[in-house]
Design a protein around this ligand. Structure first.
Ligand code: GLN
Length: 509
């Protein structure tokens, strides 16, 4: 194993723990030390739970010492969880003021699974408020930074979960992806992230943004680590009515085999070329050539309705969000403020004042848009039309998957932009997800894997892989084959090239 614990992969940690070469407490403590050293600069975490994580680690060590053979292979490997998943006894803010101080009384199903596997939870990661955004700049608690360049964004909404692994403050993280919030952050930080098939990982305890699009999934530094985490969190959950009643696809085996021989890889015509940064496109083309060298065949596929995906998404998402966020009414939980200058306010006045104080601009923008789109007389013109476009996009995918086993594209159109650069340009911010949104609309799985550094700015680029519903294993076969070829070309992982971060100690000096 890599001697620096925080640089080791989750698979290496799991092996070393299983062989009793290191203890879970040592592994957890090494990450807590790293957090203390660098998170002041990166700001991946909203809450760190040193006590809880060490306690969970100690329990694993005790069980291992007692010869407990029921221990999960991942026992003792720590993890960070996006602050949109409920965690019993640990704050859950969704990056919003309206939930500041809220401590959920229950665990999300995937958190229950992490705990059952003996994986210590290091803390909760930063995010755009209620997962609306592509940069974490919409977090009420300030943005996270990209470890490759601290003046740049780590993607969003799950920029806390991407930056936490890219800065070695956790080997694994949980993200959620409604329109790209696992994949785009992975792309711009040189990490791996998967949005599983819709229904493949339970949404119970995932604070809803848009229920028909939301999907939690794994974030890691390698394809195998991503698969190992996917296997822990996946599977049927009777508490989620849209959960799929089927075994988790064989993602770990696919990642280990890394075999693409004979596979048909479809390049989506509509998701390349114009609008994509030259270096992103170049690294994508080179990656596709490597897959051909590894035995795959390439075909071009046409998905003409993808041009309407962004527009349809920005009707469906705000519509569902306006309904989901109605529960933050200052009566049941969260922030409550009295309106200024009104001595005996009505419940409605308290709700209005609390929502005004508790929600940020982007959240308000989408609630207003969604409420408008759903109002009577407009429903058919907007929401109804968007749902028809959604069907057309699913049909485009069906046709494409008749010609190809997986589809590929660049994950995001550009590399990481500067903090502040797109904050006032709503359309520019929304366009970051132009390539990732179709998968959410159709419910199919998608992954982003590093494809290199763009020659013009030296920043990470990502390649997106898409597969038919419940064929998540194909993502891992292709992702692992590409990773293997690229590591051979680079002489190791991409993140080995990331700059050293300033530490708390160097800053004091
Ligand atoms: N950036 C997209 C949005 O703002 C995606 C968000 C997400 O996947 N949670 O809606």
């Amino acid at each position: 194993m890599n001697h620096d614990i925080t640089r080791a992969s989750a698979a290496e940690l799991a092996d070393a723990l299983g062989r009793k070469e290191i203890s879970a407490v040592e592994v957890t403590q090494a990450h807590l030390d790293r957090i203390a050293a660098v998170d002041g600069a990166v700001h991946s975490y909203l809450h760190v739970d040193a006590h809880g994580a060490l306690e969970a680690a100690r329990e694993v060590d005790d069980r291992r010492a007692a010869g407990d053979d029921e221990l999960h292979v991942m026992a003792g490997v720590p993890i960070a969880v996006k602050d949109v998943m409920t965690t019993k006894g640990l704050p859950t803010t969704c990056g919003s003021r309206i939930l500041e101080g809220w401590i959920p009384p229950y665990d999300a199903t995937l958190v229950t699974k992490l705990r059952a596997a003996g994986m210590p939870i290091l803390g909760k990661t930063n995010m755009d408020e209620f997962a609306m955004g592509s940069s974490t700049e919409h977090s009420a608690y300030g943005p996270s930074r990209n470890p490759w360049d601290l003046d740049r964004i780590p993607g969003g909404s799950g920029g806390g979960s991407s930056s936490v692994i890219a800065s070695f403050q956790a080997p694994l993280a949980i993200g959620t992806d409604t329109g790209g919030s696992i994949r785009q952050p992975a792309a711009v930080t040189g990490t791996v992230g998967t949005k599983p098939t819709y229904g493949g990982v339970s949404r119970y305890g995932l604070v809803a943004l848009a229920s028909s699009l939301d999907q939690a999934g794994p974030c890691a530094r390698t394809v195998l680590d991503t698969a190992l985490l996917h296997a822990v969190i996946g599977g049927y959950d009777p508490r989620d009515s849209t959960s799929i009643h089927a075994p988790v696809p064989q993602v770990v085996r696919a990642a280990q085999r890394a075999d693409v021989s004979g596979m048909r890889i479809g390049v989506v015509k509509q998701l390349t070329g114009e609008g994509y940064q030259a270096g992103v496109q170049q690294r994508f083309d080179e990656a596709v050539a490597l897959l051909v060298d590894a035995g795959a065949q390439v075909v071009e596929v046409d998905c003409p309705n993808f041009q309407y995906a962004l527009a349809a998404y920005y009707l469906i998402l705000p519509s569902e969000a306006s309904s989901n966020l109605a529960k933050f009414d200052a009566m049941r939980y969260g922030l409550r403020v009295g309106p200024d200058g009104i001595p005996d306010p009505s419940a409605e006045q308290v709700m209005a004042a609390s929502r005004d104080a508790g929600f940020g601009d982007e959240v308000k923008r989408r609630i207003i848009l969604g409420t408008y789109a759903l109002s009577s007389g407009y429903y058919d013109a907007y929401y109804g039309q968007a749902q028809k476009v959604r069907r057309l996009i699913a049909q485009d995918f069906d046709r494409a998957f008749a010609q190809a086993d997986v589809l590929v594209s660049p994950t995001a159109p550009t590399t990481a932009f500067r903090v502040g650069e797109k904050l006032d340009d709503v359309m520019a911010m929304y366009l970051n997800d132009v390539a990732t949104i179709p998968a959410n609309l159709a419910g199919i799985p998608g992954m982003s894997v590093p494809s290199g550094l763009a020659p013009e700015d030296g920043l990470p680029t990502g390649l997106q892989i898409l597969a038919p519903a419940m064929a998540d294993d194909r993502l891992y076969a292709v992702g692992a084959a590409l990773e293997r070829a690229l590591h051979a070309k680079w002489g190791g992982p991409l993140l080995a090239n990331a700059p050293e971060l300033p530490t708390a100690a160097t800053k004091e000096a």
